[in-house]
Every structure is written in structure tokens, then in C-alpha cells.
Design a protein around this ligand. Sequence first.
Ligand SMILES: Cc1cc2nc3c(=O)[nH]c(=O)nc-3n(C[C@H](O)[C@H](O)[C@H](O)COP(=O)(O)O)c2cc1C
Length: 396
Amino acid sequence: MENTKTVVIGVTGGIAAYKALDVISRLRKENVCVHVIMTKSALEFVNPISFQTLSQNMVIHDMFEEPRAWEIQHIALAKKADLLLVVPTTANIIGKVANGIADDMLTTTIMATVAPVIFAPAMNVNMYNNKIVQDNIKKLEDYGYDFIYPTSGRLACGDIGQGKLAGAEEIVEIIMSKLYPIKDMLGTRVLVTAGPTIAPIDPVRFITNRSTGKMGYAIAREAIDRGAIVTLISGPCHEKVPFGAKVIRINTNEEMRAAVINNYEDTDIVISAAAVADYKPKCYSSSKIKKSENELNIEFVRDNDILKELGLSKKKQILVGFAAESNDLLQNAKAKLLKKNLDYIVANDISKADVGFGADDNKVIILSKDNSPIALDKMGKKQVARELFSLINKKR
Ligand SMILES: Cc1cc2nc3c(=O)[nH]c(=O)nc-3n(C[C@H](O)[C@H](O)[C@H](O)COP(=O)(O)O)c2cc1C
């Protein structure tokens, strides 16, 4: 497990203050230590107890409060921070920092830290476009401060335009890549499969599975963060495309097979996280099957075993499979590793509701041919991806 990093979160007095809770919750899942500083105005929007509970640390808001320990709080936090994130950021804080004002715990800590500071603004569109605010943003950027810009959309005040806080997922992704800027895969070609496949029955019906693509997309993101050249072959899912990935969309097992085989030769690492259908209907009905009073029996036949095929024709590639099992996890995963000539297999127990399919977290055991299984704690899927690549890259 990598060393725990500390992020100091500044929460300011905007309507989006409650959204900082989601950011903190996600950072905690990534094993990041979080300390929260709230401005006086922020206290009007969200009760500090929520931040205290999620961060598992006392929330600081009063600079002149009786100290709890013999350390000067704003200096202590400024030193402790590996990164300082202000979420949401008001026009007021931008203006204060840009002009050297340090009149509360947050602005003083920002002034006292040498850690990177990132602002995630959220405000009314006219406020955001105000020339003074824009000039202050430009000034802060010139000083080396980073911004996660607001997106456009319907704002809390009813106006439509730029000013909406960036999504928690995106914010956390940016923070994690700043905290752990590992670039140990520069130039490595990685092929990732993700999501489900579908097997059509007739023009309107198909069978599929519960895969959401979250794990595969997290793997693609992590590989990109580490500098890899990533091709993501994705079944139908709603995950946001990782910036920088070449994405090939497929629906069926056959389409997945064609895309994977086409890209296999040039690939260094293949991570097969997609839940590819093992069976398909024996006969596809080109016209819609009409409803009748009778029962409907559909015969299924085996579809391509793509991973086995890759294992058989493997040359230089490192091949990683996933085993989603509801029983005899280790036994079944080990058998799959050997049968398909894989280098690693990531086994997860899908019988638990809070991990695996569709969940944000996963609890996996990584098996390899020559090493004993590595059981990871329950963690966010991006962190599972990070642990997996750390293991693979150590032995490459
Ligand atoms: C209901 C309400 C919502 C507000 N929302 C925002 C906002 O989204 N963004 C912003 O910059 N200011 C917003 N403000 C104004 C700030 O609260 C005000 O500028 C305050 O002084 C900010 O203090 P702080 O920057 O120290 O937290 C809002 C004010 C109120 C009363």
C-alpha cells in the first residue's frame, strides 16, 4: 500500500458547499487523509459535523479558537498538506487570495502552505464572468495556482451558464493524479476491455449482464495517468470516456473479439475487465418474436472464449483476466489463470452488494502464476487499478 497523503480541503460559503462532502467521501475511499477548514460563511450552508464525520478529523473554522494542541493550527495544516483544495471556491476567496488577504483560517493557511493549491470555483454565471473575478483567476494562475473550472449547466439560482462546480468524480481524479504522479508506463501500450457485451435474440431483445464498465474504465484512467498509450474496447455502458484513451465501442462478443484481435499484436499489456457473454442464442430471429400463449424456449450455444484465444497466441504480452465469482473464489480464479495462460487474474467476490458489479468499490485478490495471492482491502476501483499496475510494473 502506498503512503497515505494529506489533503486540506477548504470549504467556502457557496450553495455548492454540500458537494464538498462527496469529494471528501471519495478521497477517504482512496485512503487519503483529509482535514477540513471552513470559512465563517460556509458554516451558514453546511453543519461542520458532516465534514467532521466524513473526514474523521476536527473541522477548523475559527482562527482564534483556544488551541487543542500546542501547535499553531494554520501553520500545522499548511505544513501537513500534500495538497490544498478549495471546494467550492467563492468569488470572494479568489479575490482575497489574489490580493494577498489572509484574514481567516483558510486564507491564512493558503498563504502559509508550499503545497500545490487547487481552486474549484462555483458561482452564478454573471459573477464568474465578472471581469474582476476573471482577472483574479488569471492573476492566481500566473502565480502557479491551479483551477478546476466550473462546468456549464443550470445553476442553483436558475440561470444557465458556466458556474456549476465540476463533478466530484472529476475533482477527485485530478487530485489523485496530482498526489500520485507515477509515470512508470510511458510509451507502454495497454489494451483494456470494459463493460458488458450483449447477445441479440431478435431485433428488439437481447441478453446481457450487470457489468457497468466502472472497473475497466478506472483501469484505463490509471494507465493513462501513468503515461501509457491506452486503447479501451468498451461494451455499452454510461461511464465517462477517460481523457486520452482511444475508445472502440462494441456490442457483441464477436465484435469484441474482432477489436481485441486487431489490436493484440502491438499491445504490451492486456487487461480484460469486460464481462463478455459466454453464451448466445443458437438462432437469431431477424423478425420480432411475437407474443403467444405458449412458453418460449431459447437455446443458447457457447460463444467465443476470447481470453483463452489470447492466452494461446500470447507472445510478449502480459495478460490479465478478471474472475467474478460467487463461490469458491480462489479455487475458480486459480483454475482460470492456468487454463487461459494468464499472467495475473483479479478475483472478486460478487456475492456482496457493496463491492463488485456496479459498485464504486471493489475487494479483490490478485493472483499470479508464480506468487502467492495478494488480498487487497475494500477500496475504490481507481485504487484497485493503481495497486494492480504497481504490481505488474514491479515485475516487468
Ligand atoms: C444563499 C447564498 C448563496 C451563495 N452562493 C454563492 C456561490 O455559489 N458562489 C459564490 O462565490 N458566492 C456565493 N454567495 C456569496 C458568499 O456567501 C459571500 O461572498 C461570502 O462572503 C463568501 O465568504 P467566504 O468566501 O469567506 O466563504 C452566496 C450567498 C448566499 C447568501
